[in-house]
Design a protein. Sequence first.
Length: 86
Amino acid sequence: MVEFPEPGPGERERLWASVAPPGLPVTPGIDLNDLARRYPLTGAQIRDATLDAAYLAASNGRIITTDHLVAGIRRQFEKAGRTVPR
């Protein structure tokens, strides 16, 4: 097992911007900086939260919103047995 240090806010913001598959419908103006500052996640958790958000949005026939991303983030914290920061 290889352990990596948890990414900082700047790295997390770049990860949020890069993990969404091309062509994924996302609401313009989502504040990735805010998500990066508020939620200390790993790169894999950010990717998984984005995929969770995409599935949630698709089930509603809508594009991804901040609410979908926050739901995906909450799921990642729950899976890790961690409390979601406010």
